[in-house]
Design a protein around this ligand. Structure first.
Ligand code: ZN
Ligand code: ZN
Ligand code: ZN
Length: 258
């Protein structure tokens, strides 16, 4: 089975360009310096899913022409940059009239049910809300022909999820990878990893830490994500060690999962 991974967004919570900033990256004409909030789209021939639902989800899906089919949404954690686009699944459920399963941990489901409470109100006919069905992640689960392994990572003090699918793993918003998860991140063909900025940060890897982790894990290819306006794509990407690259919005990678 081959998996196609599309980076829908690789920006940090404020996106790049940042409101009010006129730095060289925020005003750059290189589209690879325009970073919407973080998410990836995974698909096989038959199954399509999202990891996270950022505020720009609608535009991201349309831009990458991934707006015709969706089977599920996986949530890493409930910070605004990862969930505030969930209402956009309405674009799919209006056409299919079938709910889309949204997978998250119990604590994240509590947040989602609070934020998206209006979705479950009774409405008069003709009013459309997204049809979503919350499902608790308690272990490995399968969506169509995609098997998802949830992995524990830490975002500062906050336990959140990373996901492994075959030889691909998505590890965003991370400042610590516990040993069990470290073991499950071996033998990867593609790793997408948090690398926020140059300066250290209490809840994210900075560039130096991300490079060290990427080199130790030794995935065949590592892409950095969740990036601020610190990084000019062209400049920073050229300085990275072999096998490590900056992601950019719209990047497509193919991974064998056998
Ligand atoms: Zn984030
Ligand atoms: Zn800037
Ligand atoms: Zn976060």
């Amino acid at each position: 089975m081959a998996l196609t991974v599309t980076v829908l967004g690789c920006g940090t919570s404020m996106g790049v360009p940042m409101i009010g900033c006129r730095c060289a990256v925020c005003t750059s004409r290189d589209p690879r310096n325009h970073r919407t909030r973080p998410a990836v789209h995974l698909r096989t021939e038959t199954t399509a899913l999202l990891i996270d639902a950022p505020p720009e989800l609608r535009l991201q899906l349309i831009r990458s022409q991934l707006d015709t089919h969706l089977d599920a949404v996986l949530i890493t954690h409930t910070h605004a940059d990862h969930i505030m686009g969930l209402d956009d699944v309405r674009g799919f459920t209006l056409r299919t009239n079938r709910p889309i399963p949204v997978y998250a941990e119990a604590s994240a489901l509590d947040d989602l049910k609070r934020v998206y409470r209006y979705v479950f109100f009774p409405y008069p006919p003709g009013v459309s809300t997204p049809q979503i069905e919350f499902r608790e992640i308690t272990g490995v689960f399968t969506i169509g022909d995609i098997t998802v392994e949830p992995l524990r990572v830490f975002h500062g003090e906050m336990p959140i999820l990373a996901f492994r699918v075959g030889n691909f793993a998505y590890v965003t918003d991370v400042s610590y990878i516990p040993p069990d998860t470290w073991e499950r991140l071996q033998g990867l063909e593609l790793l997408i990893l948090d690398a926020l900025r140059y300066q250290p940060h209490p809840t994210h890897y900075n560039l130096e830490q991300a490079i060290e982790v990427a080199q130790k894990l030794g995935a065949k290819r590592t892409l950095f994500t969740h990036m601020t306006h610190d990084f000019d794509y062209e400049t920073v990407n050229a300085q990275l060690p072999d096998g490590i690259e900056l992601a950019y919005d719209g990047l497509v990678a193919r991974v064998g999962t056998d």
